[in-house]
Ligand binder design. Sequence first.
Ligand SMILES: Cc1cc2nc3c(=O)[nH]c(=O)nc-3n(C[C@H](O)[C@H](O)[C@H](O)COP(=O)(O)OP(=O)(O)OC[C@H]3O[C@@H](n4cnc5c(N)ncnc54)[C@H](O)[C@@H]3O)c2cc1C
Length: 555
Amino acid sequence: MTKTKRIVIVGGVAAGASAAARARRLSEHAEIILIERGPDVSFANCGLPYFIGGEIKQRDALAVQTPQTLKAMLALDVRTSTEAVAIDRTGKRLQVRSLASGTEEWLAYDKLVLAPGAMPLRPPLPGIDDPRIFTLRSLQDMDRIKAAAATAQRIAVIGAGFIGLEMAEQFVHLGKQVALAEMLDQILPPLDHSMTLLMEDELRRHQVELILGDGIESFSGEPSLTCRLKSGRTISADLVVLSIGVRPDTALAKAAGLELGPRGHICVNGFMQTSDPDIYAAGDAVEVKDFVSGAPRAVPLGGPANRQGRLAADHIFRPEQTKPYTGALGTAIVRAFDVAAGLTGWSEKRLLAAKRPFRSVTVNDNHHAGYYPGAKPMLLKLLWEPETGRVLGAQATGFLGVDKRLDVLATAIAGGLTIDDLAQLELAYAPPFGSAKDIVNLAAFTACNARDGLVTPIDTISDDPLVQVVDTRPGSLVQAHPLTQVRSINIPLTALRQRLGELDRNRPVVTVCAFGKTAYFAARILAQNGFQVSTLTGGIRAHFDPRTPAKLPTP
Ligand SMILES: Cc1cc2nc3c(=O)[nH]c(=O)nc-3n(C[C@H](O)[C@H](O)[C@H](O)COP(=O)(O)OP(=O)(O)OC[C@H]3O[C@@H](n4cnc5c(N)ncnc54)[C@H](O)[C@@H]3O)c2cc1C
């Protein structure tokens, strides 16, 4: 008779619960023990901000599973309020401690899965221990913040990453005065700056006091808390939420001598095995292969954590059939009020920092056919490898349909598609859903045109007085929305062929328009008439007026 396998899993939320559930589906006979330090398992951490803000009404909805349902459905031995404290790798045992009674015991394992996640950063700043300063990771953190917010008037959110933005939005929904401070000079640090402007505008439109380029230095004061920033500026608040990043919860793995990466993440191979092949690790605590570069990278996101936990269980029970982890793209999205923004793959700043060759275009179009009611503008940035045309990354921001484009582009990167492939991509189209030439196609057309030298896209307009900036919008539009930021001459596209004589062929020309489309058409006319011409990528609206939908000719 074959011996029953015993799988012990540390961490009972995203990666740990996924590993446990998959393990049970693959083996009805395995003994599966789930160890969780907190009182809850398998809860929806991503939903925590929305319960605080009241968008999710039922607290129970966040408990995706309970120890009881996991036991009933999956026959798991779930031990909550229990901490894993030591690993004896030679003896293949895990030491656990009951947080209620303090009793300790050793659990033998055949395979151990570590899914301990990451904890919010809480740097040792003066005043950091003030009880009005919160971080958000667990249901208990959520309850504490919700209770404190009930009586708070003014709330400071420190850190304008994904969670910081969600919290700021939810506090505004609660009618609070919200200040959002970020050390970098932009919100959403993983994105390129220009792709965050629409959301910055949206935050300000909702009276969020946005403070950029100013990190937190200390906290002090009574009765209200004073947050002092590096510049000397202060924010007075009744409650502070710190969301400045996370660090892997890997003390246990470190003490056991497992190989760790430079920032303390557990190193794993493609099957989620650590440096000890009987110990697997998954989720926020690990660094995995980056899809684009192949180098190790930590990607603390829910999707990867769930899939990695599943993969670990697969490899435990079906090693032969298991396909290795293909790598993380870091696909992420966030909403603040009516605006969404997100990315997949590599950003321009990441590519620049890695000194990796790339080209990029930014296009601006409606999320569905412009003539169909409700069209909303969207900005999409596409980055690709010059030599192969392979897509390296994409970012999108807009009001509707941002998620769909990011998902298409994430799939494209995962499939190794090129800008030529994207130009040919056949996507679902009817006027309420998209355009006959979807913005993804449009970005690819522009990219192919740039590669083929049919257009020279630029991101900023030079202030060189020799440069002739030609605004190709209709005169009425220019009157209504004048381009005040640069000196320009208005030659509407329809008049350009007749008015070529107004331009000097010996001086460079930049064409601009609302969305970048007519400026491109104009550039083609000019280039074929001997002008040296470049085009403002994404159009004026990407830079100055991103809210108004375009009235463009539609097929
Ligand atoms: C507020 C918030 C919003 C988020 N929103 C999103 C989102 O919208 N999209 C997205 O992709 N991701 C989001 N995330 C990130 C996502 O939740 C994480 O990437 C994911 O939960 C990581 O899963 P994990 O299993 O590695 O860690 P966790 O889900 O954190 O679970 C780890 C568990 O291990 C337990 N543990 C640790 N050490 C021990 C030990 N020694 N003994 C016993 N138990 C231990 C911990 O108590 C914890 O419960 C959000 C996270 C937060 C906090």
